[in-house]
Design a protein around this ligand. Structure first.
Ligand SMILES: [Zn+2]
Length: 116
């Protein structure tokens, strides 16, 4: 039932390869989709989107979505997995997953613009 709402609500869906949290944060899916089903989930989602003439955009898995500030673009060299809140010198203070999700969406738009 994720597919119906996803494919109807968006013209394109951006996800990050291998980063379920980023995706879940970005699309407000919650934590219901588990890692072991992620590849399958993506293939099905892609299929459903293409059926409707829409797109699945995958950000490169090496794209440092967690380390980049989604406000100013500054990239942190060090970010520990235990840092749940992203702090930046520009004053940005955001939940780590939300920050990453914003970056993935931006990256998705950039990729989409290049392909279009
Ligand atoms: Zn910043």
């Amino acid at each position: 039932k994720y597919f119906a709402s996803l494919t109807e609500s968006f013209d394109a869906v951006c996800v990050e390869d291998l980063n379920l949290k980023g995706m879940a944060g970005g699309l407000h899916l919650g934590k219901g989709v588990h890692d072991n089903g992620y590849g399958l989930f993506l293939s099905m989602l892609e299929y459903k989107l293409e059926e409707r003439g829409k797109y699945l955009i995958k950000a490169d898995r090496y794209f440092a979505s967690s380390k980049i500030c989604s406000v100013c673009g500054n990239k942190k060299e060090e970010l520990s997995l235990s840092d749940r809140i992203y702090y930046c010198e520009c004053g940005n203070r955001m939940d780590r997953d939300v920050n990453a999700a914003v970056n993935i969406m931006k990256e998705g738009k950039r990729i989409f613009a290049e392909c279009a």
